[in-house]
Design a protein around this ligand. Structure first.
Ligand code: 1DF
Ligand code: MN
Length: 368
C-alpha cells in the first residue's frame, strides 16, 4: 500500500517533481505506412533486415508485438494514457524505423507528407503533450528539402528523423548534402535513429539473432555517425545538430580509441578516406552531437556519458512503444544528480535543442 502510493506520487506529470519529463525518441506509424510495410513483406525480394524487424511486429500473434503495432498508430487517448501512467509530460514524436527509407521514391514522399500532417495535427490537438519531427523521402533530396521546409516553417515540426541508412546509402554521400544543408540552415536537429543493417552488413548478425535492437541497430547506426564524422561532413556543416539515441550507440565508450586510431591513420596516409579533420572525433561529439537515453536506463552508463561528452548533451528518451517501462523513469529520476541537473536532463536540454515552445500548466497546478 505504501509502495503503491509512493509509485503514484513519483510518476505524476505537471512538474511537481521539479521538472517536466520530455521524451524525445517516441515512435509513430500512420496506418498508410503499416500498409506499405505489409506490401513490402509480401514481396519475394524483401530486404532481410526489414523482414526480420517488421515481419515480427506486423505478423507475430504474440501480445507484445500486437500491442506495439496498435500503440504505434495512435496519437490520441491510448498514448496519452500511457504517458500519464509513466509520468511523461511531453513526447517528441517521429516516424518509426525504417520509416520512408525502405519505400520507393514516390511512396516515400507520400508517406512523409501524411506522417508530417498527422503529427502536426496531434500537436495542434494536444499542444502541451506532443511535438514532432519531420519525415522526408531521402532518395529525392530536392523534394526532401521542400518537405522539410514545409514541415518546419508551416507545420511547426522541430527536427528531422533519419532512420539510419537509405537502402544501404549513408548521409555522408553528397546526394544527401542538400538535406543536411537545409537542416543546418533551419537550425533543426537530425535525429539519427537506428534500423536493421543493410543486406551487405546483416549476414552474420541475422543467423545469431543479433540484427535488431539487441545489437545490430547500434553497430549500424554508430557506424553511420562515424561515417559522417570521418567524411568531414561536420566540417562542411559545422552547425549541424545530430541526436543519437541509446546513449550514443556505444560511441562514447569508443572515443579514446577513435581519436587515437583516426590520428594514426591520417598520419600514416593509410586510407584516402582518413583525411585530416578540423577537430578530433571526440570533439565533434562535444560540438555537434547530443545523446539520449532511449532503451538505456542504466545509471553507470548514463553517468559515464555525461562525463565524457558533457552533462549538457545527455537527455532523456523513452523509445515508446518499443520500450515502454515505467520503472525506467523511476530509475532515471533516481540518478545521482541534483534537482537542477535532473531538470536539464529531462526538460531544458530538450527544450533548447529542439526549440520546443509548448504551453505549460502553471507549476503545481493540475495533473497535466
Ligand atoms: C525496436 C527498438 C524497434 C527500437 C524500433 O523501431 C526501435 C525493437 C522499429 O526493440 O525492435 O526504434 N529502438 O529504438 O530501440
Ligand atoms: Mn527507437
Amino acid at each position: 500500500m505504501t509502495d503503491q502510493m509512493t509509485v503514484e506520487k513519483d510518476l505524476t506529470t505537471g512538474g511537481r517533481v521539479g521538472y517536466l519529463r520530455i521524451a524525445v525518441e517516441e515512435a509513430y506509424a500512420p496506418p498508410e505506412l503499416v500498409r506499405s510495410f505489409r506490401d513490402l513483406l509480401d514481396r519475394p525480394d524483401v530486404d532481410p533486415g526489414f523482414e526480420s524487424l517488421m515481419g515480427f511486429y506486423l505478423r507475430s500473434d504474440a501480445e507484445r508485438p500486437r500491442a506495439v503495432q496498435r500503440k504505434l498508430q495512435d496519437l490520441g487517448d491510448e498514448r496519452l494514457a500511457d504517458m500519464d501512467s509513466a509520468g511523461i509530460d511531453h513526447a517528441v514524436v517521429s516516424l518509426t524505423a525504417p520509416g520512408t527509407q525502405v519505400l520507393d521514391v514516390a511512396r516515400a514522399r507520400e508517406i512523409a507528407t501524411v506522417a508530417n500532417d498527422r503529427i502536426a495535427d496531434a500537436c495542434l490537438w494536444h499542444p502541451g503533450r506532443f511535438s514532432g519531427l519531420a519525415a522526408v523521402g531521402f532518395e529525392d533530396a530536392s523534394s526532401a528539402v521542400v518537405e522539410l521546409e514545409r514541415a518546419v516553417t508551416q507545420l511547426g515540426l522541430k527536427g528531422l528523423i533519419c532512420n539510419s541508412h537509405v537502402k544501404g546509402h549513408y548521409l555522408d554521400e553528397p546526394q544527401f548534402y542538400p538535406i543536411l544543408e537545409a537542416a543546418e540552415a533551419l537550425g533543426v536537429p537530425i535525429y539519427l535513429h537506428p534500423q536493421t543493417p543493410p543486406a551487405q552488413m546483416i549476414g552474420p548478425m541475422l543467423d545469431a539473432g543479433l540484427d535488431g535492437a539487441i545489437f545490430g541497430f547500434g553497430v549500424e547506426t554508430g557506424m553511420h555517425v562515424l561515417r559522417l564524422i570521418v567524411a568531414g561532413v561536420l566540417d562542411r556543416f559545422p552547425r549541424l545538430k545530430l541526436v543519437v539515441g541509446h546513449l550514443g550507440e556505444a560511441l562514447p565508450y569508443w572515443l579514446y580509441r577513435l581519436d587515437w586510431m583516426h590520428a594514426a591513420q591520417v598520419r600514416a596516409a593509410r586510407y584516402e578516406s582518413s583525411k585530416p579533420l578540423e577537430l578530433t572525433p571526440s570533439e565533434y561529439f562535444r560540438r555537434n552531437i547530443w545523446i539520449t537515453t532511449s532503451g538505456m536506463a542504466w545509471p553507470p552508463a548514463i553517468m559515464f556519458c555525461r562525463e565524457v561528452v558533457g552533462a549538457d548533451r545527455v537527455l532523456y528518451a523513452m523509445d515508446y512503444p518499443y520500450q515502454f517501462v515505467a520503472d525506467e523513469v523511476r530509475i532515471q529520476d533516481d540518478l545521482p544528480m541534483s534537482r537542477d541537473e535532473l531538470r536539464a536532463f529531462y526538460e531544458t536540454t530538450a527544450v533548447e535543442l529542439f526549440n520546443l515552445d509548448f504551453p505549460r500548466l502553471a507549476q503545481g497546478g493540475g495533473d497535466g
